[in-house]
Design a protein around this ligand. Structure first.
Ligand code: PLP
Length: 370
């Protein structure tokens, strides 16, 4: 049996260190706002070559807090538009609507499945020709939220150029892309299954913008600028010492773990040779949080692999615009996104796989017939 992702095996190499670090936190009697969180913030900022890191409770909060901070700083107003990928996990988009902002979905590049800079330019420069026109037409677009989906870096140079030309803010959803090393403001999730995963929920914001980092930190602590002095109607969103201690241990091994994912993805790319299966084409840095293949026979392939003892997942069976949560978009059509939702299958691709398991996956894919 080859699991899609076995967190026990993923965490096994760090087990002794993690247990000791957790015991140390228990013994310290200090569970929030302690040394572990501040050391994690420093180390995660350094790892990403960012000036500031603010830890928070989860990835959705990290996204929400940045957008909210920009509203409080007067850089965004409720009702403003934020360009988002049509093909993403819904959390990226929830963060926008939750702040009273208007998400404007745009299509992905058909090869990378990531937000397409050409589609962004289209909605900015020729909105009437974009499939997002019905939601974008009366909205002042003020920001772009690219998502480094599946662990692949978006075409940030092109996106940053468009943002500069149109005076837009950029918030990168880096929840799936630990290790891609990108400049700018990023929201991170350390959900247990991520490339850098905690033993529960955790998140963070990295940025070079000191004012933004300050407001995010204040918002995450009840909106207080100092104890019992509240300038904002903030929230409670914090990473605890236990999660920070775990993340600090696993972070030291992140590059090695990512290198193993890349090695497996390279073997898939070289070994899978089935004309009915489309393999991902990496245009940019990729840390393979997910290895997505496409086929018109997706459900049959998933069943076939299961019969061979290989577990897979689907990311994601319904795109955000197809969800009841966004029923106001039910008349919108994003054909590339819809194709991905109908055809995507995620193969197991993580550092706990053996070479033999990788060979088994390749062999099974090559023997499958539509
Ligand atoms: C692309 C993306 N954005 C945001 C999130 C939200 O992160 P979290 O689950 O930590 O809230 C996730 C993961 O769940 C995600 O995959």
């Amino acid at each position: 049996m080859i699991p899609y992702l076995d967190l026990h095996t993923i965490n096994a190499p760090y087990e002794a260190d993690i247990k000791q670090a957790l015991l140390n936190v228990v013994d310290s009697g200090w569970y929030l706002f302690g040394q572990q969180v501040s050391a994690f913030e420093q180390e995660w900022a350094d790892y990403n070559a960012a000036k500031y890191c603010v830890a928070c409770a989860n990835g959705l909060d990290a996204l929400r807090l940045v957008l909210r901070a920009w509203i409080e700083m007067g850089l965004l107003e409720r009702g403003d538009g934020v360009i988002v990928p049509a093909n993403t996990y819904i959390a990226s988009i929830l963060a926008v609507s939750d702040n009273g902002l208007v998400p404007i979905p745009v299509e992905p590049d058909p090869d990378s499945y990531l937000i397409d800079p050409k589609a962004i330019a289209q909605v900015l420069e020729d909105p009437a020709s974009s499939p997002a026109y019905p939601v974008a037409k009366d909205v002042r677009i003020r920001a772009i939220l690219p998502v480094h989906l599946y662990g692949q870096r978006c075409e940030m140079e092109a996106i940053d150029t468009l943002a500069a030309r149109h005076h837009l803010l950029v918030l990168q959803d880096s929840a799936q892309s630990h290790g891609i090393k990108t400049k700018g403001t990023c929201a991170w999730s350390f959900y247990p299954g991520k490339n850098l995963g905690a033993l529960g929920d955790a998140g963070a914001v990295t940025t070079d913008d000191e004012a933004l980092a300050t407001v995010v930190r204040q918002l995450a602590f009840y909106g207080s600028v100092k104890k019992y002095v509240h300038h904002y109607k903030g929230v409670n969103s914090r990473m605890d010492e236990l999660q920070a201690a775990v993340l600090r241990i696993k972070m030291r091994d992140l590059d090695r773990a990512n290198a193993r994912r890349i090695e497996i993805a390279t073997r898939y790319a070289e070994g899978i040779d089935n004309p009915c299966i489309v393999l991902p084409k990496a245009k940019t840095t990729h840390v393979y949080h997910i290895y997505p293949v496409l086929t018109v026979g997706r459900d049959a392939l998933q069943q076939y692999l299961l019969e061979q003892g290989i577990h897979t997942q689907i990311h994601y069976p319904l795109a955000p615009h197809q969800q009841k949560a966004y029923r106001e978009w039910e008349t919108l059509h994003f054909p590339i996104t819809e194709r991905i939702a109908a055809e995507e299958l995620s193969l197991p691709c993580n550092q706990s796989m053996t070479d033999d398991e990788v060979s088994q996956v390749i062999a099974a894919l090559n023997t499958w017939r539509l």
